[in-house]
Ligand binder design. Structure first.
Ligand SMILES: Cc1ncc(COP(=O)(O)O)c(C=O)c1O
Length: 411
């Protein structure tokens, strides 16, 4: 039996590959940590094509690891039967709901209701739909900042002003000021929505029970709808743990998630929303059937396979990521501020102590030949920072960190 990584290596340049045999029950390491710059590319996706020749991409939140064998097998098995899916006109139907609920119960002890699950093509779409249905232009939305860049542009393009909840350094980690948020909400009665990204992108914080309880109390007091983006939940490192916000405030919470981050499936276009508030469910159900489209059939197959059979692969990935998040701390110079994340494969790097002549991401792209995400695109609190994606093998990680350190040493 061949692992799928062997098949990828054997077919590196085509735009698709057809592994002839692989074993979904493999207990091996999937070869994930063996990728080198010579074997990883060329890749056709955005992450690698945007970086260009000779530049190591460490920006957009895709991992370098090839698809889990169980997922590839599921996609290939369905590839001969691509007619309209049976849930075409009803995004609340279909097989995702039960599997999502089972996964939430097993991993997080959350008894999600399959009848409250609605499928979307991606989390960005789901957020925009929910904002469109539950808020009006001009009404503010509270969110921790810095924030995942597409959400910053969503607020601007939809005219939902941002009520910023700044993440501030707190010892070895990040925190936010609940009292300040309470005061800001009192001063902004038109803000009735909290977008809670937990685990948080870009800082990698997994919010604690105490923090989430404080947010739940504020949500009750200020009558907030909580839009909880928990897409990074499966990438939480022990002893930190992920607590679904819906377990604290079920009737006020819409939870968004997807298998795309933990299982590296950004291209499959499939996400779910668990809509707790009955009024929001009714509004969503009243929308015309085709208005928001429906997820791709193969995206649904990939998601089902990931959630049912992908965990051995995910465990291996988590072991590599756990090692890498520490490697960043060990190998970057002390002049770069870095707080080891509780979750995600994203490091939020502070270059303000270095007095760089330009945006750190621009500087590192040119001088280190490593592409990070530019801090200012994450909104308030982003200047002087850059986000490092460390979801790659040991050899590639070591090379990227060595290039960054050398470029900084030449300053
Ligand atoms: C917090 C967060 N939400 C949503 C997304 C994007 O999800 P999707 O591709 O399903 O829109 C990302 C991608 O990195 C993310 O980090």
């Amino acid at each position: 039996m061949k692992a799928i990584t062997d098949c990828v290596a054997a077919h590196p340049v085509t735009d698709h590959f057809y592994p002839d045999e692989y074993d979904v029950s493999v207990t091996e390491d999937f070869g994930l940590d063996d990728l080198t710059l010579d074997t990883v590319g060329p890749r056709l996706g955005l992450k690698w094509t945007e970086a260009g020749d000779g530049v190591i991409p460490a920006w957009v939140a895709d991992m370098d690891f090839p698809t889990a064998p169980a997922i590839a097998e599921a996609i290939i098995a369905r590839a001969g039967d691509l007619g309209y899916p049976r849930w075409l006109t009803d995004p609340a139907a279909g097989p995702l709901a039960e599997v999502f609920a089972e996964r939430m119960a097993t991993r997080y002890g959350w008894r999600a209701d399959p009848a409250h699950v609605h499928a979307f093509t991606d989390v960005n779409q789901a957020l925009q739909v929910l904002l469109h249905l539950t808020t009006r232009p001009g009404e503010a939305v509270a969110a921790h900042v810095p924030a995942y860049s597409p959400f910053i542009s969503t607020f601007t393009s939809m005219d939902r002003p941002l009520l910023a909840v700044p993440m501030v350094p707190d010892g070895e980690s990040w925190a936010f000021d609940v009292r300040r948020l309470a005061a800001d909400l009192s001063a902004a009665p038109h803000c009735r929505t909290l977008l809670l990204v937990n685990p948080h992108n870009p800082t990698g914080r997994a919010f604690t029970e105490a923090e989430l309880t404080a947010l739940a109390e504020l949500a009750e007091r200020h009558d907030l709808l909580v839009l909880a983006d928990e897409i990074h939940a499966d990438l939480t490192y022990a002893p930190a743990r992920h607590i679904p916000f819906a377990t604290l405030l079920p009737d006020r919470t819409v939870t968004f998630t997807s298998a795309t981050k933990a299982f590296n499936l950004g291209g499959v276009r499939c996400a779910v929303a668990h809509v707790g508030p009955p009024a929001v469910r009714a509004t969503l159900a009243a929308q015309p059937a085709h208005l928001y489209g429906s997820p791709n059939l193969l995206g649904v197959e990939a998601t089902l396979a990931a959630w049912r059979h992908g965990d051995p692969w995910l465990s291996r990935v988590l072991a590599i990521l756990d090692r890498n998040r520490r490697m960043v701390a060990e190998r970057l110079p002390d002049t770069v501020g870095y707080r080891v994340p509780d979750a995600t494969y994203l490091g939020w790097l502070d270059f303000r102590g270095l007095s760089l002549p330009e945006d750190p991401a621009e500087f590192l792209r040119r001088e280190a030949r490593v592409l990070l995400s530019s801090g200012p695109s994450f909104g308030p609190g982003g200047d002087g920072f850059a986000r490092l994606n460390f979801a790659t093998s040991g050899p590639i990680m070591a090379e990227a960190l060595s290039r960054v350190s050398s470029a900084l040493a030449r300053l």
